[in-house]
Design a protein around this ligand. Structure first.
Ligand code: NAG
Ligand code: NAG
Ligand code: NAG
Ligand code: NAG
Ligand code: NAG
Ligand code: NAG
Length: 645
């Protein structure tokens, strides 16, 4: 203990020294005041260690991204539905020659010879290997090794870094530096993760990894499946959802349509569970569709994992409901990461958009999964880079706390979702299961740390990104039927909602959010949430309570916005079918449309319940930070979307 104290003092002395020698003309580019929850600084990183540095260049025209996205997505725009090609996108947003030159010249002046640097084919990144000594001097930074208290996992990071004033405008972000966003890590055998309210079996994970929080919750096995519409208040099945949202539709354009569901390893589906769910549908429903396409299969690189709710619950749920409601359309599964390496949101984005990839599999090994993976049992194929044509709709039920990421990192990733929207893809993210709290129910403290009992609301990313559609959760009230109005989910989970601390409010939701704050002023101040015009979420919602899901050979009752997002995705997929059938574009980024005057009344406004797992918001007429604009009314949405060009 004493030894540790003196070590800490020694480090403190060092950092004071370093700041004294900071160079003139340098400005801080990114800075972190607080180490993410559960990480402890252990030691200075050895000066001779080598770091794979990646300098993200400022993309050209990035300030026009929102305007371009609105141009193809706003229902009143003459260019509505005229989505862009990947080539158009790359041409518009790649870095300027001037930026590449400025950064290269600076680095050469710092002793990094030109032959050590590589420019990515997308012209978005400059990569080189540098010793800690070199990079600490170039960035005026100090690298430390951090340790995760639950898993023992180590991570390298610095607290701030600086660049010369004249190159700042050319640089987006530099990694590895402050960022703790990371892949899901190798599977560890123990039950652990202190900060999770539900014990998480198996995965040793870094902060910000996609899989951390949105494990749906189960209350256990279902002893008897009721299977009747009268029982939807205690058991949700696909029939209940069709009745709730008035989904009656026969698909005619499946050849042209697509729907993708994303899973992050170590989560993976069990083929036998999908089979069992099919059986349930045929026994208890008038539905003749079964779930054909994935039954009996598992992605090749997710070979043998233990069967448990924590390994299979999320994937089984997403696929069973996504597939049941979208059938006969075959759903595409994007399984990101293998078991030893895992993957981050960035790995998925690499696979969807070549212009986002780093060079030759050169993702940052401290943050992203690197392929081919040399670890035993790893995926031996190459890094996936632009190999996947993005589906028309992509649903994801994984999330990070916004506070775990740096603003630069979150903004760069959010912009990428915007680009997918410009190309016509609808991106859905679950809004979270802890109301105004973050993953595992932690809130923010005034000093920026996160803990149970924190007083400042803790919104989730990517739900707060204004270029995705965030999906909250509702419930059929106890003793009510599917023909009565739903409430915000207040059983087992609370719909994630609130306001970003990073992203400004997008214009499409100005009136809706102002309406809420004016007509239903919440009993909070800027101490609890950002009241100064920031992005409010969720945008929309769907049922997330009492789902009957086949997991590991039995039926369980499952709760979460993890349920809501794949269900909404399937419903929107049917609308795409109808548009594609008459030669129109897919619906693309839907937010400007669903918030528009023309769509008023096309959603079922949810006006009761709240997200008060911890003190939170109350649902009200119009948009609210609990259920967004409400749940889908399929016939009304379909009619309006068919009228749009
Ligand atoms: C950095 O070093 C690694 C390992 O030696 C190598 O695979 C990689 O290509 C190097 N990167 C650059 C940009 O030179
Ligand atoms: C599966 O469970 C066994 C026994 O509990 C354990 O030793 C093994 O590490 C687990 N495997 C995975 C992939 O978690
Ligand atoms: C199936 O159809 C019958 C007769 O049309 C109806 O009474 C019953 O409620 C339906 N069952 C479900 C689960 O929808
Ligand atoms: C931040 O505040 C919390 C709660 O007030 C406290 O428990 C924690 O020790 C503080 N952490 C730091 C690094 O100041
Ligand atoms: C629902 O009905 C049952 C049986 O009639 C009753 O015991 C229960 O209190 C009711 N629950 C609510 C929330 O009204
Ligand atoms: C509030 O949100 C804005 C973006 O709308 C951001 O610039 C500001 O820093 C945020 N304030 C706090 C205290 O988080």
């Amino acid at each position: 203990m004493r030894f540790l104290d003196s070590l800490a003092l020694f480090l403190l002395a060092l950092s004071v020294d370093a700041s004294r020698i900071s160079r003139t003309g340098y400005v801080v580019h990114e800075k972190r005041d607080i180490i993410p929850t559960a990480w402890t600084r252990t030691r200075r990183l050895e000066s001779e260690a080598v770091l794979p540095m990646r300098f993200g260049l400022q993309q050209q025209n990035i300030h026009r991204l929102e305007e371009i996205l609105m141009d193809v997505s706003h229902p009143e725009s003459p260019n509505y539905g005229k989505h862009w090609t990947p080539a158009q996108l790359a041409e518009t947003f790649s870095a300027r020659r001037e930026s590449i030159e400025a950064v290269k010249t600076w680095l050469e002046g710092e002793g990094i010879s030109a032959d050590r640097m590589r420019l990515s084919p997308s012209r978005g990144w400059i990569d080189f290997n540098a010793t800690v000594d070199e990079i600490e001097s170039i960035l005026q930074a100090e690298y430390h090794v951090f340790k995760h208290e639950d898993t023992g996992k180590e991570h390298v990071a610095c607290d701030s870094y600086s660049v010369p004033h004249h190159v700042k405008e050319h640089i987006d972000l530099i990694i590895p530096t402050l960022h703790f966003d990371a892949k899901i890590n190798a599977v560890a055998p123990k039950r652990m993760a202190k900060r999770d309210s539900v014990p998480v079996e198996g995965a040793a994970r870094n902060v910000g990894k996609p899989g951390v929080g949105l494990n749906p919750t189960t209350t256990g096995k279902v002893s008897k499946i009721l299977g009747q519409l009268e029982n939807c208040d205690s058991q949700i099945t696909p029939d209940c959802l069709r009745a709730l949202y008035e989904v009656v539709y026969k698909q005619v354009a499946t050849e042209k349509n697509s729907y993708g569901i994303v899973e992050y390893t170590t989560q993976a589906f069990l083929g036998s569970d999908l089979g069992e769910f099919s059986l349930l549908l045929s026994k208890h429903s008038n539905e003749t569709n079964t779930l054909p396409s994935l039954v009996g299969k598992r992605p090749k690189f997710v070979a043998t994992v233990n069967q448990s709710f924590n390994f299979n619950g999320e994937s089984d749920l997403d696929l069973e409901y996504g597939m049941a409601l979208a059938a006969p359309l075959k759903v595409t599964l994007y399984q990101a990461g293998d078991i030893p390496e895992g993957a981050s949101f960035n790995n998925l984005l690499d696979a969807l958009d070549a212009s986002y990839c780093t060079f030759e599999g050169g993702d940052d090994p401290t943050q992203d999964g690197i392929y081919p993976d040399p670890l035993p049992g790893g995926f031996t194929g190459p890094e996936s880079c632009g190999i996947v044509k993005p589906a028309n709709i992509i649903s994801t039920s994984y999330a990070s706390d916004e506070a775990d990421l740096t603003p630069f990192y979150a903004i760069r990733q959010c912009n990428e979702y915007g680009k997918l929207g410009i190309m016509g893809t609808t991106i859905l993210y679950s809004s979270g299961d802890h109301g105004v709290a973050g993953n595992s129910g932690v809130c923010l403290n005034p000093n920026g740390t996160q803990s149970i009992g924190g007083t400042r609301f803790n919104p989730l990313f990517p739900a707060v990104c204004p270029f995705v559609t965030a999906v909250g959760a509702t419930q059929v009230n106890p003793n009510s039927t599917v023909f009565e109005p739903e409430s915000a989910s207040e059983q087992v989970i609370f719909s994630g909602g609130g306001f970003s601390n990073v992203f400004k409010r997008p214009s499409y939701q100005d009136a809706a959010v102002e309406g809420f704050l004016t007509n239903h002023p919440p009993p909070f101040t800027s101490t609890q949430f950002n009241t100064s015009g920031s992005r409010g979420f969720p945008d929309i919602s769907a049922n997330g309570v009492n789902y009957v899901v086949a997991v590991d050979g039995e039926f369980s009752l499952v709760f979460g916005t993890s349920c809501s997002s794949p269900v909404l995705g399937a419903i929107l997929t049917l609308i795409n079918d109808a548009r594609l059938a008459i030669g129109k574009s897919p619906i693309g980024f839907i937010n400007p449309t669903i918030y528009s005057e023309f769509f008023k009344g096309a959603l079922n406004d949810i006006t009761s319940g709240g997200n008060q797992g911890t003190p939170g918001f109350t649902a009200a007429s119009g948009w609210d930070p609990v259920t967004g604009l409400g749940t889908p009314n399929f016939p009304k949405l379909l009619a309006r979307w068919l009228l749009l060009p």
